[in-house]
Structures are given as structure tokens and as C-alpha cells.
Design a binder for this molecule. Structure first.
Ligand code: GDP
Length: 202
């Protein structure tokens, strides 16, 4: 599939270091520890493409993964964009403000941005910062897919109740698609893959 051809393309510490906008980008956002890197890795069918927020180094950066055209691998059909995780209590206020600025500007100004994938831990639901983020994304009119991660941690009935409750809360904020997801138990992978591939090459 398109996503399993993903490969590391470039890292950027600032928005002005990103390559000029070209092929469609689907960005991944979520709190630190929300399961963002696990989701990217399982969708790409690769163990260590994206790095966990617990791994120091590349996680403070914006990481781009290209999806090469099978006919001409030098050409990217699209990009997956891994944005830095947020919400670590230890992160200094100043750094949080910088991060919010980077993310807000990426979401508002990046013309190549086609859609957003937001990771939320199914057991935690939305935090204050997740709500702020959804408020930033809404006016950009981009489609949003919400992956309720680590769904395997809840038994089926509780899982479905959590999905319904979070859907209800997000419903008021716009048209968001909300699905249960598990990287370890492979829940929601086909549905997420189909959405992302459609956004990249309709
Ligand atoms: P990130 O910081 O948002 O990139 O989160 P990670 O992908 O590194 O995941 C954070 C923690 O949650 C790690 O200990 C993962 O092993 C765990 N985790 C991630 N996805 C799942 C999942 O689908 N199921 C379970 N049970 N644990 C998960």
C-alpha cells in the first residue's frame, strides 16, 4: 500500500526549515505518550519509523516521511508529518508557548496540509490542550480523524462507551471522525489507512 512505502525524508526544528509545500501532507498530532509514534509505525508497517516521545532527540522536531510514487520513487505522492507531542508537565512554559506557536502556524499556514490525525488515549479523553488544538484546527476546514488509541486497554463495552462519550464531546466542535484504535491489537488500522490514503491521492 501507499503508507507502507513511507520513508524518512527530513526533520525541521522550525517551520521555515520545511521544504516548500508540494504534495499533500497528513499531519499527526497528540500529547506525549498518546501513542502517536506507535500509530505512525503500525500504519506504515515499520517498527522504527517514528520515535516515541520517551526517546530523546528527534521528538522535538517536525519529522516528514515521504510516500514515494511507485513509478518514479524520486517523486513523493504525499507526506506524513509527525509534529512534536505536547503536554509534558516538565516542559517549561516558554517551550510550550513555542510549540503552540509552531503547531498553530503549521495548521493555519501550511498550504499543503490536507488533513489532520489526532491521537487521544481512549482512557483519558480530551485534555485542555487537546481541546485547544481542536479549536485551532476547526477554522482551517481540514478533515480530522481522531484515533482513540490503546483501545485494547478497555473491554469492549467500556471501549464503546468511551467512543460514544468522546464522539459526543467532539461533535460540537465540528465534523470529526472518531474511531477506536490499537497499534498492538490492530484495531482501526484499515479504516485509518483508507482515510489517509484517500487524502493523499484521492
Ligand atoms: P508517543 O509518545 O505519543 O509517540 O507514544 P508511543 O507510541 O511511544 O506510546 C506510548 C506508550 O504507550 C508506550 O509504552 C507504548 O508501548 C504504549 N502504546 C502505544 N500504543 C499502544 C496500543 O495500541 N496498545 C497498548 N496497550 N499500548 C500502546
Amino acid at each position: 500500500s501507499l503508507l507502507t512505502r513511507a520513508r524518512f525524508f527530513v526533520s525541521a526544528a522550525r517551520l521555515d526549515q520545511l521544504p516548500p509545500p508540494g504534495a499533500p501532507e497528513v499531519c499527526f498530532v497528540g500529547r506525549s505518550n498518546s501513542g502517536k509514534s506507535s500509530a505512525i509505525n503500525v500504519l506504515a508497517g515499520q517498527k522504527r519509523l517514528a520515535f516515541s516521545s520517551r526517546t530523546p532527540g528527534r521528538t522535538r522536531l517536525i519529522n516528514l516521511f515521504s510516500l514515494p510514487d511507485p513509478i518514479d520513487p524520486e517523486q513523493a505522492l504525499g507526506f506524513l508529518v509527525d509534529l512534536p507531542g505536547y503536554g509534558y508537565a516538565e516542559v517549561a512554559h516558554k517551550e510550550m508557548a513555542h510549540w503552540g506557536d509552531v503547531l498553530g502556524r503549521y495548521l493555519r499556514e501550511r498550504s499543503a496540509l490536507a488533513a489532520v490525525v489526532l491521537m487521544l488515549d481512549i482512557r483519558r479523553g480530551l485534555t485542555e490542550q487537546d481541546r485547544n488544538l481542536v479549536h485551532w484546527i476547526a477554522p482551517t476546514q481540514r478533515p480530522v480523524l481522531v484515533l482513540l488509541t490503546k483501545a485494547d486497554k478497555l473491554p469492549y463495552g467500556q471501549r464503546m462507551r468511551a467512543v460514544a462519550a468522546i464522539r459526543k464531546e467532539l461533535d460540537e466542535l465540528g465534523t470529526l471522525r472518531v474511531i477506536p484504535f490499537s497499534a498492538t491489537h490492530r484495531i482501526g488500522i484499515e479504516e485509518a489507512t483508507t482515510s489517509i490514503e484517500t487524502w493523499i491521492s484521492p
